[in-house]
Design a protein around this ligand. Structure first.
Ligand code: UDX
Ligand code: ADP
Length: 458
C-alpha cells in the first residue's frame, strides 16, 4: 500500500510511543515508524507486553501495529525514508559540568541531529517534541544546516502536554496542540503540514501556532504554573497542620472561585514525574543566564517547597512514631509518581525511601504497576527492602503504612483486615488524602493526613 506520508519518530519512550501510536491509529493513510537505540524497548513495543503502563494504550497500539505503525531499531533506514521526523529522545537534567542539576542534558538530541544529517538524502521537517530549553530549535537548525549535502531542513517546535496515566485521553482530546515555527515561507509551509496531520482528529480551533521560541517557552511555563499550584497548596498544608485548619476545605473554597478553578489543588506528599522539576530548573537556569535573578529565585522556590514537603512527610512520621523509626517495619503503599502509571521518575517515593533507610526502617514497598521500576531505582539497597505485589501481604506485620501514590485500588482495600494484620499501635500516613480518615480512626488506626488534624488514640 502507498501511504500519503512517511512519518518517523526517534525515541520510543513515554512521549514518542503513545503519541505516534495515536497518530497511526487516527491516520491509517500515513506510515508511522518509531525507532530507538534501545533494542529491548523496541522488542517490547512489538510484543504483547508494552514497555510502559498507560490505560488504553494497548488497544491503540494493537489496532495500528503492523498496519501503519512500526517499531524498529533501523534508525538510518527510518531517516532515509521519512519526510517528517519527530524527535522524542530523553533530555534529563544535566548531572555534570556547566549547569549541572539545572540545565537539560542535550547530548541525545544533538546525537539525533547528527544522525539525521548522516542518513538524510532529501529535505525533511524536523519536529522537536522532547521538553527542551528555549532556543534549542536554533541549535538544532544550526547543526542540521551544517550538512555537507546542502539539504534543507525545517525545524518546528511541537511540545507535548500529555499527562501520564491520562496520555490516551490527552492525545485524543488535547486542550491544545501548539506548533511553533519560523515565520518564513518554508517555516509556514512546514507548520501547515503538521497542522494537517493533527487536523485528522483535533478540531482546528484547538491547534494553535506561535513563533518557535514562544512554543518552547510555553511548555516550560505550563508545567511551572501547574507545579506552582501544587507547591502553593502544599505550603498551605503545613500551615493547616499547625493551625488545625483542613487543607481540603481550604482548597475547595479557594477552587470554587472560577478565576482559580478546582483542578490541581490536591495537597500531597509532593509532586514528581519527569517534567515538573526538570522544566522549572530549566526555567531557573535560563533566567539566571539572562541575569533575571529575582525571576529565577521566584521559580526556584516552587521546587524548594516541594523538597520541603517531602522532607516534612518523613519528619511527621518520625515525630508521630515516638522519634524513632529504627527497626520498625513500614510499608509504602505505592511507588509510582502518580496513579495509573508505572513511571517512578522523580517520584517522591524515592526521596522518602532514602530518608527512611537512613532512619534504619525495615521497609516494604508495594505498587500495582511500578514494582519493577522501583527495584531498578533502588539497586544497591539489597536486603534492606522487601518488594511485595499484594498490598495485604505487604502490610501484614507492619507498624505503619504510608500512602505515596493515589491508586484507586487503595481506596477499596479492606482496612479492617489490614488493621488486624498489623503490629499495634498501627499508624497510617496518608500522603494523598485518599482514605476515609475518620473511619480508619474508629477502627483503631492512628491517622496522619496531609494538611489536616491528626486523629490519634494517645
Ligand atoms: C505533567 C503535565 O501535567 C503535562 O501537561 C506535561 O506534558 C508533563 O508533565 P505528568 O508529570 O505526567 O504531567 O503528571 P501530572 O498529572 O501533571 O502530575 C505531576 C505530579 O503532581 C504527580 O506527582 C502528581 O501526583 C502531583 N499532583 C498533581 C499533586 O500532588 N497534586 C495535584 O493536585 C495534582
Ligand atoms: P520521554 O519521557 O521524554 O519520552 P524516555 O526516556 O521515556 O523519555 O524516552 C526517550 C527514548 O529515546 C529512550 O527510549 C531512549 O533509548 C531513546 N533515545 C535516546 N537517544 C536516542 C537516539 N540517538 N536515537 C534513538 N533513540 C534514542
Amino acid at each position: 500500500m502507498k501511504f500519503e506520508k512517511d512519518i518517523l519518530c526517534v525515541g520510543a519512550g513515554y512521549v514518542g510511543g503513545p503519541t505516534m501510536a495515536m497518530i497511526a491509529y487516527k491516520c491509517p493513510q500515513y506510515k508511522v515508524t518509531v525507532v530507538d537505540i534501545n533494542p529491548t524497548r523496541i522488542a517490547q513495543w512489538n510484543s504483547p507486553n508494552l514497555p510502559i503502563y498507560e490505560p488504553g494504550l494497548q488497544e491503540v497500539v494493537e489496532a495500528a501495529r503492523g498496519r501503519n505503525l512500526f517499531f524498529s531499531t533501523d534508525i538510518e533506514k527510518g531517516i532515509e525514508e521519512a519526510g517528517i521526523i519527530f524527535v522524542c529522545v530523553n533530555t534529563p537534567t544535566k548531572t555534570f559540568g556547566e549547569g549541572a542539576g539545572l540545565a537539560s542534558d542535550l547530548q541525545y538530541l544533538e546525537k539525533t541531529a547528527r544522525q539525521i544529517i548522516q542518513s538524510a538524502n532529501s529535505p525533511k521537517i524536523i519536529i522537536e517534541k522532547s521538553t527542551l530549553p528555549v532556543r534549542t530549535a536554533q541549535a538544532m537548525e544550526r547543526i542540521l544546516a551544517s550538512n555537507p549535502k546542502g539539504i534543507h531542513f525545517d525545524v518546528l517546535s511541537n511540545p507535548e502536554f500529555l499527562a501520564e496515566g491520562d496520555a490516551i485521553k490527552d492525545l485524543e482530546n488535547p486542550d491544545r496542540v501548539l506548533i511553533g515555527s519560523r515565520e518564513t515561507a518554508n517555516g509556514i509551509k512546514a507548520r501547515e503540514e503538521l497542522i494537517e496531520i493533527y487536523a485528522n482528529w483535533v478540531p482546528r480551533e484547538h491547534i494553535i501556532s506561535s513563533n518557535i521560541w514562544s512554543s518552547e517557552l510555553a511548555k516550560l511555563v505550563a508545567n511551572a504554573f501547574l507545579a506552582q499550584r501544587i507547591s502553593s497548596i502544599n505550603s498551605i498544608s503545613a500551615l493547616c497542620e499547625a493551625s488545625e485548619a483542613d487543607v481540603s476545605e481550604v482548597a475547595r473554597a479557594v477552587g470554587m472561585d472560577s478565576r482559580v478553578g478546582p483542578k490541581f489543588l490536591n495537597s500531597s506528599v509532593g509532586f514528581g514525574g519527569s517534567c515538573f522539576q526538570k522544566d522549572i530548573l530549566n526555567l531557573v537556569y535560563i533566567c539566571r543566564h539572562y541575569g533575571l535573578n529575582e525571576v529565577a529565585d521566584y521559580w526556584q522556590r516552587v521546587v524548594d517547597i516541594n523538597n520541603y514537603q517531602k522532607g516534612r512527610f518523613v519528619m511527621n512520621m518520625l515525630k508521630a512514631m515516638f522519634n524513632t523509626l529504627a527497626g520498625k517495619r513500614i510499608c509504602l503503599l505505592g511507588f509510582a509518581f502518580k496513579a495509573d502509571t508505572g513511571d517512578t521518575r522523580e517520584s517522591p517515593a524515592l526521596f522518602i525511601t532514602k530518608k527512611l533507610l537512613d532512619e534504619r526502617v525495615n521497609l516494604v514497598i508495594t505498587d500495582p504497576a511500578a514494582l519493577e521500576n522501583a527495584k531498578f531505582d533502588l539497586q544497591g539497597t539489597e536486603g534492606q527492602i522487601d518488594f511485595v505485589a499484594d498490598p495485604y501481604e505487604a502490610i501484614a506485620g507492619c507498624e505503619a503504612v504510608a500512602v505515596i501514590t493515589e491508586w484507586g485500588i487503595y481506596k477499596e482495600l479492606d482496612f479492617e483486615r489490614i488493621f488486624s494484620s498489623m503490629t499495634k499501635p498501627a499508624f497510617i500516613f496518608d500522603g494523598r488524602n485518599i482514605l476515609d480518615h475518620h473511619r480508619l480512626f474508629k477502627m483503631g488506626f492512628n491517622v496522619f493526613p496531609i494538611g489536616k488534624p491528626a486523629l490519634t488514640h494517645f
